[in-house]
Design a protein around this ligand. Structure first.
Ligand code: SF4
Length: 345
């Protein structure tokens, strides 16, 4: 039985050489994520005097060591640092910024299930991440009420089976790739038994923070299903990418798994045309297609990331002028109550 399993994996092994050469497994890299602010201050001295424990209390700091290693330790304005740094400015209330900006509680028929758009449902498979992004629209999400568990997953499958208009399931979170391969494989297998489903989409920031997550077992789970698998990474700045990430994405693409990226317009992070153009180029060089560029969702604590609309328009126009169409992500905005994303650009 074990032999058969490894025989089945054999064709994939040459394509995932580099991630397997990593010294750490993804579980070890995950365990070594930094969560203590005193350690952050040691690793990134420039961050020390900007850290706010009050902001930390609303949404705790967390980042992988790979991500932290890309930050200039002497630059408090480093775009990668700003994405993860709990700052006092988060505590200042701002009109129109609230705890549930997309009103997801209205579309939450079962624990762990969000059904907002008619043909797609989203399962919050896991309530944790390898990195805590300060602008995350789910930073206040009630994950404790949305852990489906084994029984909950059965109820979710029944719900999907009863809603024939659903043809795609999005595994999200938290980060669904923090689920182990056995759970992922079992979920994908159960979904593939629902005849009207066509696709499974995985939204993850793990590939760009812990690319070791691309294991033979993961590729096996994503390819040994009748469902078409799509992986959507999340990357906002070209410096987040590296050779290991490119190798991991290449392994996915070589196995016919589509890899797309979504990013968010963020002040201080990617608010220059040069950065956004370089991001698209770097993504493509890493075997990832730019898919969405989101306007910031107005979640409480993130107002300092907002870019004025006119500036976003100018940036987007410059992207269109300098990039081929296939490297210009769709600029979108979520409007609560709308049955689809609003295309801005
Ligand atoms: S769900 Fe995604 S955006 Fe939100 S904190 Fe986790 S990794 Fe970041």
């Amino acid at each position: 039985m074990i032999l058969n399993y490894f025989n089945a994996l054999a064709p994939y092994l040459p394509l995932i050489k580099a991630p397997m050469k990593q010294k750490l497994s993804w579980q070890e890299a995950l365990q070594q994520c930094v969560t203590r602010l005193d350690e952050l201050a040691i690793l990134i001295p420039a961050a020390a005097r900007h850290i706010s424990t009050e902001a930390q209390n609303t949404f705790p700091f967390k980042a992988s060591r790979r991500y932290l290693a890309k930050i200039n330790p002497h630059d408090a304005t480093d775009p990668l640092l700003l994405q993860i740094l709990p700052q006092a400015i988060e505590i200042q209330p701002k009109d129109d910024f609230n705890r549930d900006p997309l009103e997801e509680h209205r579309y939450n028929p079962l624990p762990g299930l969000i059904h907002k758009y008619s043909s797609r449902v989203l399962i919050t498979l896991v309530g944790s991440c390898a990195i805590h992004c300060r602008y995350c629209f789910r930073r206040h999400f009630a994950y404790e009420d949305n852990r489906p568990g084994t029984q909950g997953l059965v109820a979710i499958y029944d719900y999907i089976r009863a809603h024939k208009e659903i043809n795609e399931v999005i595994l999200s979170g938290g980060d669904p790739l923090l689920a182990n391969d056995a759970l992922l494989q079992s979920v994908i297998q159960s979904l593939s038994e629902i005849p009207h489903l066509k696709r499974v989409r995985i939204h993850t920031r793990l590939i760009t923070t812990i690319p070791e997550r691309v294991t033979p077992e993961l590729i096996y789970a994503l390819t040994h299903t009748r469902l078409k698998s799509i992986l959507v990474t999340h990357c906002n700045h070209p410096r987040e990418l590296d050779d290991d990430i490119a190798t991991a994405c290449n392994a996915l693409v070589q196995n016919k798994i589509m890899v797309l990226n979504q990013s968010v317009f963020l002040a201080g992070v990617n608010d220059t045309a040069e950065t956004l153009i370089n991001l698209s180029e770097a993504l493509f060089a890493s075997h990832i297609l730019p898919y969405y560029l989101h306007s910031l969702d107005p979640v409480a604590g993130s107002a300092h990331f907002e870019i004025p609309l006119e500036k976003k328009r100018a940036l987007y126009t410059e992207m269109q002028e300098h990039l081929p169409g296939f490297l210009v992500p769709r600029w979108v905005k979520e409007v609560p109550g709308k049955k689809h994303k609003s295309i801005v650009g």
